[in-house]
Design a protein around this ligand. Structure first.
Ligand SMILES: [Zn+2]
Length: 451
């Protein structure tokens, strides 16, 4: 349904409703905060007509609600760490309410009327988005000024890695047998990983979530892509499985058409339910099918690269922790958080919090450090192989390249996956190793043609 049609429908429904009903009473208003947005939710019995105006000097947002009476004490809302200084309300007529949000800084309001779903009724959602300054410094800064090659790193664009610790706020994620919450563990790992990335010349990390609050899945992708222009997006998780024996780390990429295993599909369903658990709902739902089509057309390139990077991260993680099913294969399923075509996007399951041994490991700072270093190792190898123009890695490549002379075959690898990994043709790999056909075996060492 188009936005226009939806609005018309709401207006019609409102007119019909107000003709027969007295003003509806609003007695629940909720608020949630993240560094990128503040959300205010009015719980309604029926849709209502409203106008939202942004005013300056001083900055404030004025919300007028028609056909409504307020029965809510706004002093109950915690305004700390939000751009709202004060909330004032007034009943302008028996059926007209005005809510004024006095702001500490200019905010862009975005409103949506959400239809009942999953146990919630009608809701008017007002998001206050910071009027972003394009010069806004990212939340992590690389401080290394000299590369080993003597150039000033400032001359090069860093590869930007967006780290997305899963869950947060009202959504604890999976909970381990000793009560460990996934949202806490993945935030700790994410912060350690950011530190390690920022110590690497040519890489810079940004965190999509920096504290214990929830960020809707679609916003996570948008913050990474639009605010930080990230090259790579890594969502970090430590999920549970019904069978407590399940163990091992794994890496997932997006699939538009089904899942590569039952477990991949199961984990994607759980991950995609995150918005519901946190009580936020996808807006612009009516546009989703179209977006999916566009995504289908444009993700093909980044999906291929996601699989290559995923494999490299798995290889490195396999050195420091058990892999799920001992498989170095990147699984695929329909993870909503990975549907951003402009970034190489992966979801890293650092282990099973439902498994007692792994729960203990995941809590240990030594283990978290090992995992973080392994993931950085995978990123480094990937950037070496697939440098983007005008980056430090492109410089490294131009200085004689970083392609190794040999490659020891891991189980599950194929001629084509190895060729892709080193950015060479399958034929040149075959010729260089006098291979006939596609038969190779794990442990065999291949010579890699020089770049
Ligand atoms: Zn999770």
């Amino acid at each position: 349904m188009t936005n226009w049609l939806l609005r018309m429908l709401i207006v019609l429904m409102c007119c019909a409703a107000s003709a027969v009903m007295a003003a509806q009473q609003i007695d629940s208003v909720r608020m949630s905060k993240s560094p990128d947005a503040t959300r205010i939710v009015f719980d309604l019995q029926a849709p209502l007509q409203h106008t939202v105006n942004k005013l300056g000097n001083p900055d404030r947002i004025v919300v007028d609600l028609d056909g409504a009476a307020l029965n809510f004490d706004f002093s109950k809302l915690d305004l700390r760490n939000s751009p709202i200084r004060e909330i004032r309300t007034g009943q302008h007529a028996a059926d007209k309410v005005r809510v004024v949000l006095d702001l500490t800084s200019a905010q862009r309001p975005k409103t949506s009327m959400l239809a009942p779903s999953e146990g919630s009724g009608w809701r008017l959602v007002i998001d206050l988005l910071a009027d972003l300054d394009p010069e806004d410094p990212p939340n992590q800064v690389a401080t290394i000024s000299k590369s080993p090659l003597g150039e000033t790193l400032a001359d090069f664009r860093p590869m930007v890695v967006a780290l997305d610790p899963g869950h947060g706020g009202q959504d604890p994620g999976a909970i381990g047998p000793s009560g460990t919450r996934e949202k806490d563990i993945v935030l700790q790992i994410g912060k350690r990983l950011a530190d390690h990335i920022n110590r690497q010349p040519g890489m810079r990390a940004v965190l999509v979530r920096t504290g214990d609050y929830y960020v809707p899945l679609a916003d996570r992708r948008r913050i990474a892509a639009d605010k930080y222009n990230a090259d790579v997006f890594l969502s970090i998780h430590a999920d549970a499985f019904t069978d407590s024996r399940a163990h091992g780390a794994s890496v997932f990429a997006l699939s538009h058409h089904g899942s590569t295993s039952a477990r991949a599909g199961y984990l994607a369903r759980i991950a995609n339910d995150s918005d519901k658990v946190a009580g936020v709902y996808k807006e612009e739902r009516e546009n989703n099918s179209l977006l999916n089509v566009i995504a289908d057309l444009t993700t093909s390139g980044s999906l291929t690269h996601s699989l290559v990077l995923g494999r490299m991260i798995l290889e490195e993680m396999g050195q420091v922790t058990k892999l799920h099913g001992d498989r170095r294969k990147v699984e695929q399923a329909g993870f909503a958080v990975l549907k951003e075509p402009s970034m190489v996007s992966l979801l890293v399951e650092t282990g099973f919090i439902s498994n007692r041994t792994e729960e203990k490991n995941l809590r240990s700072s030594a283990h978290q450090e090992k995992m973080a270093k392994a993931i950085v190792g995978g990123l480094h190898k990937y950037f070496e192989m697939h440098p983007k123009p005008e980056t430090y890695y492109a410089l490294l490549r131009s200085r004689g390249g970083v392609r190794p002379a040999t490659h020891k075959i891991n189980s599950g690898e194929t001629i084509s996956s190895i060729a892709r990994r080193y950015d060479i043709s399958e034929n040149s790999l075959r010729e260089h190793n006098k291979l006939r056909g596609d038969k190779i075996r794990a442990g065999q060492v291949l010579r890699i043609p020089p770049g």
